[in-house]
Structure formats: structure tokens, C-alpha cells
Design a protein around this ligand. Sequence first.
Ligand code: CA
Length: 225
Amino acid sequence: MRVLLIEDEHKIARALKKALEQERYAVDIAYDGDEGHAMATTEPYDVAIIDRMLPGEYDGMAIVRDMRAAKIHTPVLLLTALAGIKDKTEGLDTGADDYLTKPFALEELLARVRALMRRPKEQQATILQAGDLTLNTITYEVKRGDTLIQLTGKEFALLEYLLRNQDRPLPKELIISHVWDYDADILPNTVEVYIKYLRTKIDQPFNKPLIHTIRGFGYKLQASK
Ligand code: CA
């Protein structure tokens, strides 16, 4: 997942980049509005974090407005020093998806970014598929063939993440950082436990397993060819 950070205060930008990189995101920084505008409208990002007040021709609101006008649906978290309700609604009306007032706790920002990553983009498929397994991100229906499978919320989130990244070996730490909340109580075997739950439901009753263990590393979801 790739994040664009547009923030003119270098110290804040560097601290955010470091924190985001620890979450396994790839982070690009723009330190002014013009550079940020160029990057936001040409490069593909999974999430953009944009400071509202920026030097240059484009401020944060103008960048969001132009992104939406160009049909770029990248989720945007707008940062600002202004705390008024009017500024908040203005930001959201412009097309930002969320809004965070400075100063903020780093944990809060990371939680918001994670939430935005989970939000399906307008153009993203609502039904994810691997072999005969389908997952509907709107109705939360999971099926293998015509068989409906009941999953808990966490099992569903884990399966959705595996499906969105299918055919890729996924390290356990990466799975944790995308599926579990910052404050979640993670034990060393949390991923194994939930993979086991998932396998019991989506693989064991059927003859073609989809979840594959990569010993000492993690897991891969792949439909046999
Ligand atoms: Ca600023």
C-alpha cells in the first residue's frame, strides 16, 4: 500500500513517514502544494494524507478538489490546524474522506489511515474472487460455489485482506498490520489461530485448499490452476 504525504512542516512529515513505514506502507512526501498536486494527480496512491495549509499555488483543499475532478478516488485524510466545525464540513464537502485536527496522536492518524485503506474505492470490485470462493464486500456474503459460509468479523477481514493480495506470499507481520487494530491484543500465534479458524470454514469442507502456508514466513491465498 502506497501513501502520499503532503505536509510542509518537515519535522512532522518525517515523523509521519517513519511511523507509516513501520506500518509497512511505502511513503512519498511532497513538501509544498504544487509538488503535492503534481504527485496526487499523476501517481497511483492507496491513501493521501494532505495538510490543508500549504505553500504554493495549491492548498490542501484545491488538491483534493482537482483529484476528485480528475476522477481520482484515492481516499484522502485532510490535516489541519483549524478545528472549527465549518472547516471540517468544508473539507469533507470538497471530497476529503476524513479529517484530523492538529495536534493529533500518531496512533490516531495511523488508525484513520488503516480505516481509509479498508474503505473500498469507488471503482474497486465489490466481489472478490479466488477459484470458486467469492467474498462480497457490500453484503458480507462469503461462498464457495453455491455454499454460503458464515464468518466472524475478524475472519472476514482476514479473508478480505488475503483475497485482495492473492497469489502473493504475505508475511505474518504484514497481515497483522493490515487486519488488526493498533490497540488489539496480538499474541505471537494470533495469525496462526485465525488462519486455522478460516481453514476450518473455507478449505476443509471443500477439496481444493486456497490458503497455503509458507513455512517460517506467512501465508498465501492462491487458487490452484
Ligand atoms: Ca502547513
